[in-house]
Design a protein around this ligand. Structure first.
Ligand SMILES: Cc1cc2nc3c(=O)[nH]c(=O)nc-3n(C[C@H](O)[C@H](O)[C@H](O)COP(=O)(O)OP(=O)(O)OC[C@H]3O[C@@H](n4cnc5c(N)ncnc54)[C@H](O)[C@@H]3O)c2cc1C
Length: 393
């Protein structure tokens, strides 16, 4: 079992040597903290402008991480991944917006992608970010139990209606809807809304999934509490388990506000909580459906062991592994080859929208540098292996 992800040639069998060399150049750049932070600054400054040169550069730099600028291009990626039994969920890259009209537009995009997914066997989920459907300040106010004025109450109701519209479409099209987790100060309002939606839509199966960030000191207890509510109200709990992407921001905010940080003190504590959550969900698999969003090999191995221990078939749709497009293909492809359910998060959209989106994701998540370094080592190993093989044959 420990060797599941060690078969480098198998992990990269989907890449030609030319693609391998391109990835090495790219990951070499991205794993250099100085160059990548400079790159992010350049992207932020010029990325939204429609210069031919920026478009070309960004396409070259980020092509492994996004599926193209249109739905047609994204479909090609979906079909390519499906050749390796890897599923996809499409995400139209949108950034935090603050106008009602834009929230409505985003809601329609989610509904359109759910409709699109229903026509494809290889797209079992769709995804939606709370701040794409309602104003962040409202989520924060509701989370901190502040009273809303009349106009805020109306905006809040409109946000809830948009969530509801998305869930209705998910149910109608039989596609799971994953609701992302964002910053801590808005999460308790998101949890409240999503639990209400689960109560309404998850009676027969998991249609709606809430995201639980296990880097939060109270992450595991939130999971248990949501599960208790699910049992009491006889609905199925749908969860996407992640470690969490806003660590630096959360710590900075806590420091500024002179309040205790909501984040675990060490990476080890986060890892322990994450694995505990995986254990808990698999023990309760008869009432919980899980999407495990992680690039961590040890957690993936643990899940594989536990699926076996609890006699859950690899292809049982109550448990999915999920990674981002272009990241940790060695985990995704090895698991898919052995019959496990693997779904890639596949962003697409116009370059001017993708750039701020990709820049934010890279900026938010310092762990990306560590992950790209590990990816680079694996890619180099495979290139060396192929060279050696060519020399001896
Ligand atoms: C499919 C998918 C969906 C995702 N959706 C979301 C989402 O909705 N919301 C969200 O917030 N994130 C989301 N993420 C990102 C995720 O939370 C992690 O940031 C990212 O996946 C890295 O964690 P890991 O488990 O892959 O790997 P690892 O490299 O093992 O873990 C890195 C993570 O550990 C934690 N960590 C690192 N150092 C410390 C430290 N010193 N103390 C405490 N904790 C530490 C951080 O969470 C860091 O991101 C998603 C990721 C994937 C793959």
């Amino acid at each position: 079992m420990r060797y599941l992800f060690n078969n480098i040639s198998e992990s990269f069998s989907h890449k030609t040597t030319k693609e391998l060399q391109k990835s090495i150049r790219l990951f070499g750049l991205l794993s250099n903290p100085l160059l990548s932070s400079l790159g992010i600054k350049v992207m932020r400054r010029f990325g939204h402008r429609d210069f031919v040169i920026t478009r070309k550069l960004i396409r070259w730099l980020f092509s492994p991480f996004f599926a193209g600028t249109s739905l047609e291009q994204a479909e090609e990626k979906v079909s390519y991944l499906s050749d390796f039994r890897v599923y996809s969920y499409l995400n139209y890259a949108v950034e935090e917006v603050d106008k009602e009209l834009e929230f409505d537009k985003n809601c329609q995009i989610v509904v359109d992608l759910l409709t699109h997914a229903s026509k494809h066997q290889n797209i079992p989920f769709s995804v939606c970010k709370p701040t794409s459907l309602g104003h962040k300040d409202l989520f924060c106010k509701v989370s901190s139990k502040q009273a809303l004025n009349d106009s805020e109450c109306q905006s809040w109701q409109r946000a809830i209606n948009r969530f509801h519209t998305c869930c209705l479409a998910a149910q109608k099209h039989n596609v799971g809807l994953l609701i992302d987790a964002e910053e801590y100060n808005m999460q308790s309002a998101v949890d409240g809304v999503v639990v209400d939606l689960m109560r309404e839509f998850n009676n027969k199966k998991a249609v709606v999934y809430n995201t639980i960030q296990l880097y939060l000191t109270d992450g595991f207890s939130r999971l248990q509490e949501m599960h208790r509510v699910a049992i009491d109200n006889k609905f199925r709990l749908g969860v996407k388990l992640v470690r969490g992407a806003y660590m630096e921001k959360e710590r900075e905010r806590a420091k500024k506000q002179q309040i205790p940080s909501p984040i675990c003190k060490t990476k080890e504590e986060t890892d322990i909580q994450f694995d505990e959550a995986v254990r808990y969900c698999l023990q309760c698999i008869n009432t919980v459906s899980v999407v495990m969003g992680s690039h961590n090999e040890q957690s993936a191995l643990l899940a594989v062991e536990l699926l076996e221990k609890h006699s859950v078939s690899p292809s049982d749709h109550r448990f999915w592994f999920s990674q981002l497009l272009g990241m940790c293909d060695h985990i995704s492809f090895a698991l898919a080859k052995r019959g496990y359910n693997v779904v890639k998060f596949v962003p697409f959209g116009p370059i001017n929208k993708l750039v701020p989106y990709l820049a934010r994701r890279a900026e938010e998540n310092s762990s990306i540098t560590a992950q790209t370094t590990r990816e680079l080592i694996r890619l180099k190993k495979e290139l060396e292996r192929r060279k050696k093989e060519a020399r001896t044959s």
